[in-house]
Write a protein that binds this ligand. Structure first.
Ligand SMILES: [Zn+2]
Length: 327
């Protein structure tokens, strides 16, 4: 039989990443389209369907070539019907993504949360390769998470499993979080959190810092803070130390409950590499149960923006091919 393709889709607030992927997890063709958020995101499934058709035509292929679609959405997903509870960025509320996309494409569809499919992607082809027990944390504008136990994503009872970003890190007087709580890990370990901590530190002291000169002229970014830390700036190093402390504490406590083989750190902030990883490992070891610390490797994600589409393809392969065989 000629090799068929999986379709991986990763919906973001501004772009939708899409790819045709082989059954072995190799990207055959990838592209992206703008996210059409007008009318509360109601046209998104139709625009995905249209784009798949166009791409097949360009590549001289037919829909028979495709096994099905695995798609990640930026919000909690009900695994029973593949609906998205809420996705603020897109305007979705109780959105029947699986049903609508199946109707629009005539293909079977599997839906999961975007952070979960990124974790699956890293498990299948990235930094988590071969690990069946892993924690994946994405440090971007927010903090996303995916937890895989025995090769299966932890979705939980109502789709909120793996919400690592909302672990309480500052129990008293923490900064407000988008989720309605305050003091979440996201408020200190996201790119936004790093910048906020730096600005607070600059306001708190008069000491000289490279960041003070930057900050006077232009907006601060997480990258600037890490660059300054690399150049030996003490204030910036304190800020990174605080980020590493909170992240190390949260990940160690999670790991104490899960005993994972790998912890994969992804997202824009992870580009800091060793500047983040070194202090993070030091903090982690302090708080992890010794046998847990001994069993785990903390690594930087390797798939970048492709993690989501590859994880989506894996889901399609696991959930749809098995289903086809059974029928
Ligand atoms: Zn939160």
């Amino acid at each position: 039989m000629e090799e068929r393709w999986l379709v991986g889709v990763d919906i973001g607030g501004t772009t939708i990443k899409m790819a045709f992927i082989s059954l072995q997890g190799d990207i055959i063709y990838s592209w992206e389209i703008d996210t059409d958020i007008i009318n509360k995101g109601k046209h998104i499934p139709a625009s995905i369907a249209r784009s798949i058709d166009q791409k097949l035509e360009e590549l001289n292929q037919t829909k028979n070539q495709l096994v099905g679609i695995g798609i990640g959405a930026p919000g909690p997903v009900n695994s029973e019907d593949g609906s998205v509870e809420v996705a603020v960025n897109l305007g979705w509320e109780r959105f029947l993504l699986q049903t609508i996309l199946e109707r629009e494409t005539s293909l079977p569809v599997v839906v999961d949360n975007d952070a979960n499919i990124a974790a699956i992607g890293e498990m299948w082809k990235g930094a988590g390769k071969s690990a069946k027990n892993l924690i994946c944390v994405t440090l971007g504008t927010g903090v996303g998470g995916g937890i895989i136990v025995n090769g299966e994503v932890v979705n939980g009872v109502n789709g909120a499993g793996g919400e690592i970003g909302h672990i309480t890190s500052v129990p008293k007087d923490g900064s407000p979080c988008n989720c309605g709580k305050s003091g979440c890990l996201e408020t200190v370990a996201s790119a936004t959190g790093v910048v906020r901590l730096a600005i607070e530190e600059l306001a708190f002291t008069n000491e000289t810092s490279i960041l003070r000169d930057y900050y006077d002229g232009q907006p601060l970014s997480a990258k600037r803070v890490f660059d300054a830390a690399n150049e030996g700036d003490e204030l910036a190093n304190r800020v990174i130390g605080e980020v590493a402390y909170h992240l190390g504490l949260a990940l160690a406590n999670l790991a104490n409950g899960l005993n994972p083989e790998k912890i994969v750190i992804g997202g824009g902030v992870s580009k800091a590499g060793d500047t983040l990883l070194k202090p993070l490992k030091e903090e982690f070891i302090q708080f992890a149960f010794p046998r847990v610390a001994h069993g785990v490797k903390i690594v930087i994600a390797t798939l970048g923006n492709n993690a989501g589409v590859i994880g989506g393809a894996w889901l399609a392969k696991e959930k749809l091919i098995n289903k086809l065989v059974l029928q």
